[in-house]
Design a protein around this ligand. Structure first.
Ligand code: NAD
Length: 496
């Protein structure tokens, strides 16, 4: 059992690391890349490499998809309760090894350790929940009358590909892979190039939990070299993708050529609406978490505060005061604001904020790239707020995926609704009000896949999640996600 504080001190003081995976995980074993090539993993809090993993290519993908195809029939025919028991055991192991997973997740992604610990417990919960769902798979009977028997058999769709982003590497992986395994599908996962480690560790953990060889495989590598051949493989029957809109479109195009299904969880520009009668203390607290957790690198971040004019000054002052108090630091030191995941992403965020400056907008707070005050290193961006921004400004319409909040002023609830629905995205929305009827009227009218009332990010693995329009389609989480991985076979038999 690892001692978390000692491991952190060993790394921060002496650069020593516990065992970290370096190879693909294929057919139940570590597997070196065919090309022999490696790619570096960076610590975003120090802007320095700390490890290297396999740079996968189509040869590695071919081996992984072959392993998944070979394992498919037996896994699909395994009793659902036996599949569920393996998932529940994986949840138990994840909880027991939470410190190790959180340490690696924080180091690889940059996120604060306390958030990484939350992600690990969320991932464990996903395995627990879908372990139970395996027992709830049922078909139907069809009323054909006494001379026929009509019934359905739910079947696993087959080999599934999971393309995983860098902002929530472990929890995004778990929310896709757990229902796929519960439904009897095999898996080939391709984690993001900057955060490959916890997915590799998860595959090895699943193996220890009893998952047969070949049922869950991982190939690391870049999107073009490893992701593209995976989603184009004819044996892959479903792709679960989380990431950017352009990559989502190319993944969907590749899957369409094979008539494979996809779920796309893309970006967002989600509104957080605060009506004049809201509890402003709760709304300010909610807004801080909504945009500064994980340094704003959240598809469902509440990046647009829409507030009724009467409480605008009070609420913005409260949020700015809390934002000023956020402390930047290396993820492993448990800061309240961690670094961005990569130098390239820091460049993207800074460019969008600089472009706003060039248009004449001045932030109320923040607005600049920064470093860890303790070391002078790392890829940080200040907590940033732009007040009273026009609905058509790119700061409001374009996803920034960083710690940048825009404020829009609404004259009344109807105007707030119009502003809330004013972008091409429709992922989630937050509503703060003490008026029960107003809350649920807005919840009906706002275009989003999920609405939070009086607590941004309320919910859990039980609640379906996903977007509309440019935010994608299909739902993950909840029992709804099981349907991504199952198909219905209907049987009609004459019995008289
Ligand atoms: P991306 O969409 O390019 O990468 C996401 C995943 O797709 C990675 O695993 C990547 O390797 C893989 N990928 C890339 N090209 C591929 C291809 N042709 N075929 C198959 N897989 C491929 O995202 P990014 O470049 O890392 O980030 C850019 C922007 O994407 C961010 O600024 C943000 O707006 C958005 N993003 C959104 C989410 C989300 O949760 N919705 C997550 C990460 C990034």
């Amino acid at each position: 059992m690892m001692n978390l504080d000692t491991t952190i001190a060993d790394y921060l003081d002496r650069g020593q690391l516990p065992f970290l995976p370096t190879d693909h995980f294929i057919a139940g074993a570590w597997s070196p890349p065919a090309s022999g090539e490696r790619m570096e993993s960076f610590d975003p809090g120090r802007a320095a490499p700390f490890h290297a993993v396999a740079a996968g290519d189509e040869e590695d993908v071919e081996r992984a998809v072959s392993a998944a195809s070979s394992a498919q029939r037996a896994w699909g025919r395994t009793k659902p309760s036996a599949r569920g028991a393996i998932l529940v055991e994986a949840a138990r192991l994840l909880k027991a090894e939470a410190d190790r997973f959180a340490f690696v997740e924080s180091l690889d992604s940059g996120k604060p350790l306390q958030e990484a610990l939350g992600d690990v417990s969320g991932a464990a919960r996903a395995f627990e929940y879908y372990g139970a769902c395996a027992n709830a798979i049922e078909g139907a009977t069809f009323p054909l009358g006494p001379d026929y028997l009509g019934y359905s058999i739910p079947e696993p769709v087959g080999v599934t590909a999971h393309i995983i982003p860098w902002n929530y590497p472990l929890s995004t992986a778990a929310r896709g892979i757990a229902p796929a395994l519960a439904a009897g599908c095999t898996v080939v996962a391709k984690p993001a190039e900057t955060t490959p480690l916890t997915m590799l560790m998860l595959a090895e953990l699943l193996s220890r939990a009893g998952l047969p060889d070949g049922v869950c495989n991982v190939v690391t590598g870049t999107g073009p070299a490893a992701g593209a051949p995976l989603v184009a493989d004819r044996r892959v029957r479903h792709v679960t993708f989380t990431g950017s809109v352009p990559t989502g479109i190319s993944v969907m195009t590749a899957a369409a050529r094979n008539v494979a299904t996809v779920v796309l969880e893309l970006g967002g520009k989600s509104p957080l609406v605060v009506l004049a009668d809201a509890d402003l203390g709760a709304a300010a607290e909610g807004a801080i978490g909504a945009i500064f957790e994980n340094a704003g690198q959240i598809c469902s971040a509440g990046s647009r505060l829409i507030v009724e004019r009467g409480v605008h000054d009070d609420l913005v002052a409260r949020i700015a005061e809390k934002a000023r108090a956020l402390a930047m630091g290396h993820g492993l030191t448990r800061p309240t604001l961690g670094p961005l995941n990569s130098e390239a992403h820091l460049g993207r965020v800074a460019a969008k904020v600089d472009a706003a400056g060039a248009r004449g907008l001045t932030p109320l707070l923040g607005g600049r790239a920064a470093t860890d005050p303790a070391t002078g290193k790392g890829w940080f961006f200040e907590a940033t707020i732009f007040d009273d921004v026009a609905a058509t400004d790119p700061l409001v319409t374009d996803e920034i995926f960083g710690p940048v909040l825009t404020v829009q002023v609404a004259e009344d609830a109807d105007h707030a609704l119009e502003l809330a629905n004013g972008t091409d995205y429709a992922l989630v929305a937050g509503i703060y009000t003490t008026n029960f009827a107003a809350a649920h009227r807005l919840a009906q009218e706002i275009d989003a896949g999920q609405v939070f009332v009086n607590e941004y990010f309320a919910g859990g693995i039980e609640v379906p999640f996903g977007g509309n329009r440019q935010s994608g389609f299909g739902r993950e989480k909840g029992f709804a996600a099981m349907r991504n991985y199952m198909r219905v076979k209907s049987v009609a038999a004459r019995i008289a």
